[in-house]
Design a protein around this ligand. Structure first.
Ligand code: ZN
Length: 209
């Protein structure tokens, strides 16, 4: 996906810039693509209500080897399986990361609003909810009060943040399946987890658990 800041180190050690691979400017009744401090981003054309599905990520399915063959575009793909990626097309390819996101991915491809989003606000989700490469890191400059500084694989997130996303079904199903055995023995305290997450991020993201 699109890097935060001027460049990022990909899992393979490559460095990519913020310049999107796709030059097409996208716009529909709900979203539009525009320049932002991180390169390009997706913005709300109108006020969006919590629970709305804003887009479905789509594109050709490729494996990790193919993402490597494509060079810098490797990080533009979204992981949907242990060795399966969507070569994301616009507008999804332009959605940036946030450690305190206003959207999340449900059903492996639907981008859903986690709260009401005012017109003009940038649409972002947490890249960690789709990453399980055992080595993924990306420098983060999302600017959220609770920014984690480094975007990692989902398994590396603090337990409270994992719980927040898991109990709201905002994690790719292949990650949930892999973690299910590990998480089964962990204490499950969604209320405490949500409170902790909101305190850490300084950003209230209330959605039914
Ligand atoms: Zn961040």
């Amino acid at each position: 996906m699109i890097a935060q800041g001027s460049e990022k180190a990909c899992p393979t050690g490559r460095v990519m810039t913020n310049e999107p691979r796709h030059k097409t400017t996208y716009s529909n009744g709900t979203l539009y693509v525009a320049q932002c401090e991180l390169g390009r981003g997706v913005f709300a054309r109108r006020a969006i209500r919590r629970g709305e599905i804003l887009l479905a990520f789509g594109g050709p399915l490729i494996d990790f080897a193919e993402t490597k063959r494509r060079g810098a575009s490797e990080c533009m793909a979204i992981q949907v399986g242990p060795d399966k990626y969507i070569d994301t097309q616009p507008p999804g390819v332009f959605v940036n990361h946030s450690c305190a996101p206003n959207t999340g991915i449900r059903n492996d491809w639907d981008l859903v609003a986690l709260r009401d989003i005012p017109q003009g606000e940038e649409i972002r989700y947490d890249y960690s909810t789709s990453m399980d490469e055992k080595s993924f890191t990306m420098r983060c400059q999302c600017g959220s009060p609770g920014c984690r500084q480094v975007v990692t694989d989902f398994a590396e997130l603090p337990a409270a943040v994992q719980d927040y996303y898991l109990c709201r079904r905002l994690v790719m199903s292949f990650i949930v399946r892999r973690l299910r055995g590990l998480r089964a023995t962990a204490s499950w305290e969604p209320t405490k987890a949500v409170a902790t997450f909101e305190r850490v991020t300084g950003h209230s993201v209330r959605v039914g658990c």
